[in-house]
Design a protein around this ligand. Structure first.
Ligand SMILES: Cc1cc2nc3c(=O)[nH]c(=O)nc-3n(C[C@H](O)[C@H](O)[C@H](O)COP(=O)(O)OP(=O)(O)OC[C@H]3O[C@@H](n4cnc5c(N)ncnc54)[C@H](O)[C@@H]3O)c2cc1C
Length: 397
């Protein structure tokens, strides 16, 4: 069966692309490997779908700024509003559906596909893409084929995914940069975090290389078995994925206190509470406090002297953890790397390597931090790629 536009991948980018292209009058077929579209979307934002952010701007993304390939937040929210989705921001500028349910985002997209008459074919895992005289033919693992005049690849990345589209992009003339898991935990020397699993605290965490700070984030720090996690570490894992060589994490447990205040507060606490065992009470969860004392060479019953107090003060602002590795793709929310943006026509989503091909979403070598930036990118590129396909297939007179 031949369509005007084949959209491969029923995730964030593909769903909005298919609805947009159909709204613009194209005959669209949406192909998805899984038994239903939008399964990953349902798992985003802990089931609440953090779909965008009030602070989206091209320079929040790597490896290069995304000018011309990103909708403003207002534009994306207005598109969703036209589909019936109301949204609201939380206290940290992250945008969620008003219902607080990812299912609402998927529902408005699905209903709109139905309204626009988009043909949806599920359990179609494309394994081969072919450029033919009249357009493109996709071959599924089970032998089925689908043809279209144009093809929009929106197969997502390798993170938390069983299928991908990198091989298909390669078959159509593109390259793929090194793929690495990101927005995940970072592993460290196990003895440094032993006994801390599940403990949380607020901290400023920096990623260092050779003593130089590459990036820093403030937020919740979560200790895991052999690893550090939490949103601050997730964001740093993205920077680390793009960095060659050894890195370490520096944890500042009292980012809002300067050295003077920390020294004064520790001295005050020593006068009040005496033994080391209660020195950090009320500041950190007990296992973290005990580990800090241990690292300073203090036992719970010790009376810390001035030197030990100074060492503790230093550790509170500069606790180091070598980075040994990270969570794998199955643990990651994002795949860093993909089809390089310089293989697209400048400022758009048209392939510069293959006429009639458009690329969108996480398949591209572009990524943003936690907080709604990656879904925003997927929706934006899906929408804009569909607009370009409609312009090319149905040029205005
Ligand atoms: C647990 C989790 C939580 C997340 N939470 C957030 C969040 O709250 N906010 C945020 O901004 N980002 C979040 N992300 C990241 C975000 O989900 C992705 O960046 C986004 O989904 C990418 O959209 P996409 O359409 O490019 O790819 P996907 O959403 O991955 O969709 C790709 C689709 O293509 C299909 N496909 C792949 N290969 C083939 C093939 N060969 N043939 C047919 N079909 C194929 C896949 O089955 C999939 O349905 C989260 C990620 C995870 C894993």
């Amino acid at each position: 069966m031949t369509s005007e536009l084949l959209v491969l991948g029923g995730g964030a980018a593909g769903l909005l692309a298919a609805q947009t292209a159909a709204e613009k009058g194209l005959h669209v077929t949406l192909l998805e490997a899984r038994e239903r579209v939008g399964k990953k979307l349902l798992a985003t934002g802990n089931g609440r779908c953090n779909l965008s952010n009030l602070h989206v701007s091209p320079d929040r993304y790597a490896p290069a700024a995304l000018e011309g390939r990103l909708l403003t937040t207002e534009m994306l929210l207005s598109l969703f509003m036209q589909l019936g989705l109301e949204t609201r921001a939380d206290g940290e500028s992250r945008l969620y559906p008003r219902s607080n349910q990812a299912a609402s985002v998927l529902d408005v997209l699905r209903f709109s596909l139905e309204r626009q008459g988009v043909r949806c074919v599920t359990e179609f895992e494309a394994v081969r893409a072919e450029r033919t005289g009249g357009g493109f033919t996709l071959h599924a693992r089970d032998g089925r084929t689908e043809s279209g005049r144009a093809l929009l690849l929106a197969c997502g990345g390798r993170a938390a995914s069983r299928q991908d589209g990198y091989a298909l992009a390669r078959q159509l003339g593109h390259s793929v940069t090194l793929l690495k898991p990101a927005l995940t935990y970072l592993t460290t020397e196990p003895s440094l975090v032993r006994g801390l699993q599940g403990q949380r605290t607020i901290a400023r965490v920096s990623l260092l290389q050779g003593g130089r700070e590459l990036a820093a984030e403030e937020g919740e720090l979560l200790f895991r078995d052999k690893a550090l996690s939490g949103i601050a570490v997730f964001d740093l894992s993205r920077v680390r994925a793009r960095t060659k060589g050894d890195c370490e994490l520096r944890v500042d447990l009292l980012p809002d206190w300067d050295d003077e205040r920390t020294a004064a507060e520790l001295a005050r606490r020593r006068a009040l509470f005496s033994p080391a065992g209660v020195l950090l009470t009320g500041l950190f969860p007990r296992p973290i406090a005990e580990r800090l004392l241990e690292r300073t060479g203090l036992r719970l019953q010790d009376m810390p002297d001035d030197k030990q107090l100074r060492a503790l003060a230093t550790l509170l602002h500069d606790w180091r953890f070598p980075v040994m590795g990270s969570g794998g793709f199955d643990q990651a929310q994002l795949c860093v790397g993909g089809v390089p943006l310089n293989e697209l026509r400048p400022g758009g989503l048209r392939s510069a390597r293959c006429e009639g091909l458009y690329l969108a979403g996480e398949l591209l070598d572009a990524d943003g931090p936690c907080g709604g930036y990656n879904l925003h990118l997927a929706f934006s590129t899906g929408y804009l790629a569909a607009c370009e396909a409609a312009e090319d297939l149905r040029p205005r007179q």
